[in-house]
Ligand binder design. Structure first.
Ligand code: 5GP
Length: 241
């Protein structure tokens, strides 16, 4: 959810506990999800900025909000896949967990009423959703993010199976840059434990596997962003007197 920000050109991104899947056909609440994803996305966007990958993230404001740059959203969800899972497995009959011969990038048109259909570069450029130049930059960024995040997650025994990025155009005085928008968290990544293959992401909600909040907490803990004293510290402001 986005709100007007404190200065022109900024927005406040609010992280809810509401969860939905399968184009809103499945709905629920994952307690604490918003707080955890706010932290996880802050952490990952900050690490990406450190290696020169531009994002819309400016800073985290509080438990559930972050300040982001206002961008012109490109209406395409960009999915990067390393192992077969989800819609790729269903659509092509490739068993879940199959290592793909190379990382595969897919584009989905962001249109709820159509269920975010898969589209090709041809559709994207013909309908001017993005230019060839935009797409070149998007692919370069998506592959760098994949390499970097795959390594980062592997370091904490999580396999980055696939993930979805959103991109926006950021206009500055004399420049136009493509930057990563939205969030990066277990909400839009598939993360499997390298030792047990346990799913540690939104598939726990999609597939009714239970312990969704615990999985998100475990991802945060492994990344070193859950306070030592445990998740109680992340619940919200405390009354001191
Ligand atoms: P699939 O196409 O297999 O359903 O999803 C591929 C990857 O992109 C998964 O990591 C999934 O979480 C993410 N993804 C794709 N579309 C969406 C979406 O509309 N919302 C969210 N949260 N994640 C998505």
């Amino acid at each position: 959810m986005l709100f007007e920000g404190p200065e022109p050109g900024t927005l406040v991104q609010y992280f809810k506990d509401d969860a939905s899947a399968f184009n809103n056909q499945k709905r629920g609440i994952i307690t604490g999800k918003g707080v955890l994803n706010n932290r996880i996305s802050e952490f990952l966007m900050t690490r990406l900025a450190e290696i020169g990958i531009p994002t819309h993230f400016m800073r985290r404001l509080n438990m559930r909000e972050q300040l982001v740059r206002e961008v012109e959203i490109i209406p395409i969800g960009v999915v990067v896949r390393n192992l077969a899972a989800g819609s790729l497995s269903t659509r092509l009959g490739i068993p879940e967990g199959t290592l793909l011969p190379r990382s595969i990038i897919e584009y989905y048109l962001k249109k709820d009423e159509l269920g975010d259909p898969l589209v090709t570069e041809e559709h994207i450029t013909a309908f001017s959703w993005a230019s060839t130049h935009d797409l070149d930059e998007i692919v370069q960024i998506a592959l760098r993010v994949n390499d970097f995040l795959s390594g980062l997650f592997l370091g904490v025994n999580l396999r980055l199976v696939d993930f979805k990025l959103e991109f926006g155009r950021l206009y500055t005085e004399d420049d136009l840059r493509i930057v990563i928008a939205d969030e990066i968290s277990p909400e839009n990544c598939r993360l499997w434990d390298t030792r047990t293959n346990e799913k540690m992401d939104k598939d726990r909600f999609r597939q009714d596997l239970g312990k969704v909040e615990e999985a998100y907490q475990e991802v945060a803990r492994r990344l070193g962003i859950l306070p030592e004293s445990g998740p109680a510290d992340l619940k919200g402001p405390r009354t001191l007197q």
